[in-house]
Design a binder for this molecule. Structure first.
Ligand code: HEM
Length: 677
């Protein structure tokens, strides 16, 4: 049922942080130089999930928007509305849930004395597999994850923020708090995708004390909604497929946050002129088109306020100012590249310019994600040792069609969410002289992106991203996300950490102890056995809240481990993250470092390798004139501010289409606007 793990996990070992690139232990070994043989095109209907399989796979040099046909053996692999995969089978408290393909709706209400009073869409939310009572998610959030402001000594807020871009690119639970109704789906017994668009709005989390006059009315609504969900679940039986939650976006790291996850959404975001993406121009700057708040996601206070159209067809683009800022940067970068390519190649039509600009933009994003960002989070040595990145000026031709690029449920539901602890509750506005000009309170600006368009805020927040530290990777969480998340002008909001814990239970993840074992740590039989990776104070907290070690949720146990040196995670989460990022790269036929028709020339590839997060901000903000070279690292004497022009830039003249160099687009391709190989 679950595909056997590739060798990565069994080879996984801890490494010290003392070594640097190229030293010992086989680091810096050359990547494979020969492209792999072309995969055979066969479709196995048993593995198609309930995503729609294409009738056939055209051999194009560009990715599809929905990720289909990336894997030619199983063309639907990695496409939207297909299930997550797992490292370990689920352990629902109620085994009958195993057969049910739940839509993943998780809605809960709690009062401001902190007790949950209604939970929807959860399988036995507070009962462990052992039958023991589990501590409430909100209680755990308050006891284990208080707000203690510890800044990260090395990394900037941009490290956190780019992480959220990566995560939105890779997955979104169909039915998460951030999904739109049309993204709340399940699979029926006969493999049909069922759209569940009847979620009543009033069932979103509401803070209401039990003595509030409206309490009983809301609670009654809540309970009737529970019944709706239950009926709905009955239609969502997984049939012969193992029950598994769906993710609404494609699984690849391919800037689907910019280009959309379907052909239809892609059409909405394109200008169809000069290869550009649609933008509105205001104050001499490019902004994403406005959406009229059709989804209702924005908490705008006047119809004149911006609510942007998200390329995912969802509204996560608006979620917080710094996330929106990076989305705008990536959008402008596409248009910057497209304009340059069109000037270099006036004979290219819109489609060719669009696809080439998209390919370069995605390649830069993959480079920044894997070479600048990932080593900070999962370690330089760990990434090199496990062949997640290579130190090379050559191609990296290790695409393997048997590696499953599907997002792991453990990654999206537990391990990657650990970095919610990096979120800062205040966003600094920073001048060119790097003075703090002001601060935004995060919860004032959830889903209100207009703030970016006011005054010089865009530039000031850009500098803030690279100047302000992220919060430390630890159990502490800012109250802006544990008390005030999405508060929408109300005194209180919801609690992201409680969501994370509840979601872990909703998805029936096996226990922390199971993953310890899986990742090479001994199974604990007493709470004291956790002391190999955990401090005494945390063990005491766990022992006071849970009945037995086997009951401890993965989300909770993993977040209390001491970090592996040189990384921002403990060994269990590191093991899961390492496996995911290996699969995401090696299981991607269109990875930017692969040679062949889907890739670049070697000279172009080495240009792409010059891209950086700092240059990206420089090139796409208005008056940002200087940045430190390594934008995820705080400004210091060894990472000092320098003029933007002195930062390496990708020389796009290598894409000039002349005989013998650059990309060759045949006349057939141009005239047909067909991009087939
Ligand atoms: C201000 C910043 C952020 C906010 C407000 C935020 C908020 C949220 C919310 C509301 C959800 C949905 C919860 C649910 O319904 O289960 C979510 C999911 C998630 N978040 Fe964040 N988040 C932020 C930053 C980050 C960062 C920095 C990371 C990792 C580096 C991250 C990783 C994830 C992951 C992996 C998920 C689940 C994705 C999926 O549905 O498959 N988030 N976040």
């Amino acid at each position: 049922m679950y595909e056997s793990l590739n060798l990565l996990i069994s080879k996984y070992t801890y490494v010290s942080s003392n070594n640097v690139f190229g030293s010992g232990n086989g680091f810096g070994q050359p990547p494979p130089t020969q492209p792999p043989p072309p995969p055979t095109v066969t479709q196995d209907p048993r593995t198609l999930g309930c995503g729609t399989a294409p009738a056939s796979c055209p051999q194009t040099r560009y990715r599809s928007y929905d990720g289909t046909c990336n894997n030619l053996r199983n063309p639907v692999l990695g496409s939207p509305n297909t299930p997550y995969t797992r490292l370990l089978p689920p352990k629902y408290a109620d085994e009958s849930f195993r057969l049910i393909m739940k839509p993943g709706v998780l809605i809960f209400f709690y009062d401001n004395t902190n007790s949950l009073f209604c939970v929807i869409g959860i399988s036995n939310p507070t009962i462990a597999r052992s039958g023991n009572q589990l501590p409430g998610a909100r209680t755990l959030s308050l006891v284990i994850y208080p707000d203690v402001p510890v800044e990260d000594p090395i990394w900037t807020l941009n490290a956190m923020q780019y992480g959220q871009i990566i995560t939105h690119d890779m997955s979104m639970i169909a039915g998460s708090t951030q999904a739109q109704p049309h993204q709340t789906k399940c699979c029926t017994q006969d493999g049909q995708l069922l759209e569940l668009s009847n979620i009543p709005e009033h069932c979103f989390p509401i803070l209401l004390p039990e003595n509030d006059p409206d309490y009983s009315q809301i609670n009654a609504k809540c309970m009737s909604f529970v019944r709706t969900i239950t009926d709905r679940d009955r239609r969502c039986i997984g049939g012969s497929q193992p029950a598994e939650q769906l993710t609404a976006v494609n699984h690849f790291l391919d800037l689907s946050v910019v280009y959309g996850n379907t052909d239809q959404v892609n059409q909405q975001v394109r200008q169809f002129q000069g290869g550009r993406l649609r933008v509105d121009i205001r104050n001499g700057q490019q902004w994403p088109p406005r959406s009229q708040n059709a989804s209702g996601i924005c908490t705008i206070q006047s119809p004149l306020e911006a609510c942007y159209l998200g390329a995912q067809g969802d509204a996560r683009i608006n979620q917080n100012p710094q996330l929106t800022l990076l989305q705008v940067i990536l959008l402008r970068e596409h248009n910057r590249i497209a304009d340059t390519l069109q000037k270099l190649n006036p004979h290219w039509n819109d489609e060719v310019v669009f696809q080439e600009a998209r390919k370069i933009n995605i390649a830069q994003h993959e480079k920044i994600s894997y070479y600048e960002w990932l080593p900070i989070f999962i370690g330089v040595e760990n990434t090199l040792k496990n062949k997640i990145i290579y130190q090379t000026n050559n191609f990296v031709n290790d695409y393997d069609g048997s590696v499953n690029p599907t997002i792991l449920n453990e990654h999206a539901t537990a391990a990657f969410r650990y970095f919610h602890s990096l979120i800062a509750g205040n966003l600094d506005l920073v001048t060119e002289a790097r003075n703090n000009y002001g601060t935004l309170r995060l919860s004032d600006w959830f889903n209100r992106p207009q703030i970016l368009e006011e005054g010089d805020n865009f530039d000031e927040l850009s500098r803030g991203l690279n100047t302000q530290p992220q919060m430390a990777s630890d159990p502490f969480h800012d109250e802006e996300i544990t008390q005030y998340l999405f508060r929408n002008s109300q005194p209180f909001g919801t609690d992201l950490k409680a969501f994370d814990i509840q979601r872990n239970r909703d998805h029936g993840l096996a226990s922390y102890n199971d993953y310890r074992r899986f990742c090479g740590l001994p199974r604990a039989t007493t709470f004291e056995d956790f002391s190999d990776v955990m401090g005494g104070e945390n063990i005491d907290k766990l022992a006071s809240l849970y009945e037995i070690p086997d009951d401890v949720d993965l989300t909770v146990g993993g977040s209390l481990e001491a970090h592996v040196p040189g990384t921002l995670a403990g060994p269990t989460f590191l093991c899961i993250l390492t496996e995911q990022f290996y699969r995401t790269r090696v299981g991607d036929r269109f990875w930017f470092e692969n040679s062949g028709a889907t890739g670049f020339t070697l000279a172009q590839l080495n240009e792409i390798r010059k891209s950086s997060i700092s240059r990206l901000l420089c090139d796409n903000s208005k008056d940002v004139k200087a940045m430190q070279p390594r934008g995820f690292e705080r400004i210091s004497a060894r990472n000092a501010i320098v003029p933007c022009e002195s930062l390496p830039i990708v020389d796009l003249s290598l894409w000039k289409d002349v005989q013998g160099q650059g990309i060759q687009i045949s006349q057939d391709e141009l005239s047909l606007s067909g991009l087939f190989l």
